[in-house]
Design a protein around this ligand. Sequence first.
Ligand SMILES: [Zn+2]
Length: 403
Amino acid sequence: MLVDAEIFLRVSFFICGALIGSFLNVCIVRLPRSQSIVFPASHCPKCKKPIAWFDNIPIISYLLLRAKCRACRTHIPFRYFFVEHFTAIIFMWTYVLLGLSWSIIPALILLSGLIVASWVDIEWRIIPDEISVGGIAVGLLVSALIPGLHKGPATEVLLTGSTVSLILAGSCMGLHLIKILRRKLPFEREDKEIFAVGLTLLALQWTALVAARMIPGLAVYLSALADAFQGVIVGACSLWVTGLLGEVIITKRIVTEFDFKGIVDDPLALLADLQAHSYIDALGNLQPAFREVKVVGNLKLGHAFEPKRKDIFEMLYAVDEGGVMGWGDVKLLAMAGAFLGWQLACVAFFVAPFFGAVAGLVKMLRKQDTAIAYGPFLAMGIVVSLFWGDKVIRWVLQMYSIS
Ligand SMILES: [Zn+2]
């Protein structure tokens, strides 16, 4: 009887995952195009015919229809089947690893967000704010409502967390200020917003900490909330500080078609044009010819790209200054921090590069460009941290004989 209940639960999580996966597919298609994920209802992109409920059953319909639209026989991308099946397996797997408890809900929300973010990042090289910033809000909320996720962070962990977050946030703001002053850049609205958000987050995490001491009845919830705020700060600032240091250290500047995907309709033609003008070489490496272009007006371009001259110049300039900082990645790790707290955000930050390095190595051996989307590797680091982060922390502490 017990075995039957276990199988029933696993199958339920699998089906639930397949249904959610079907919705994640909608997000993957519509979010990067700034379309509503609610309206209109599912329809064939080719013949616009609405899809009947019996043709919209996750996993099964794809197989029954043999990957073709019932009305116009257009091919349905394999992604639909893959994401539904993958999400179903992830949901079942999460249940097997975490068991039936309240903390499985935030874990499933986080994992769903990571699936969408990774896929959109691979396809578009962006991570939609709806997922990352929306995820931060959801993460903070569920952390306070279901404190079990943060395993009741001890006072010393929270105090260390507030120190770590203060040091990281301080370093980021300091380095950012140095960058602005050294290049004599204007202190723009965006900079003000970044500083305002950083200081607000620091203030909120202290407020939650102090409130947890003063209201013992709510201490469990407020400590978890403080841990979540620290997770957001540590997650974001660990990547931000790396990016700021990278601007000093990284010397290889590569321009790829993804840098121009949102700017021009045909990024490949633009790359060819930039090559023709000796601004980049065949591999996308920025050449001295671009450095001689000091102002927008001096940039030589084909007629087709004239209207976008300023955007193209600014993008090349940004790459030349040490690569385009991946704010999408910063926000994604901040989101994970909201769900997992500052310690596990740290683990994800340190684990992710291992996945990225392996993939980067494979790409380098195959002589492709090394500018790869980092979101998926970050997501893998976050998954490791979610399920085995506590083990990693214990292992590291033991290695240094701290505990
Ligand atoms: Zn169709």
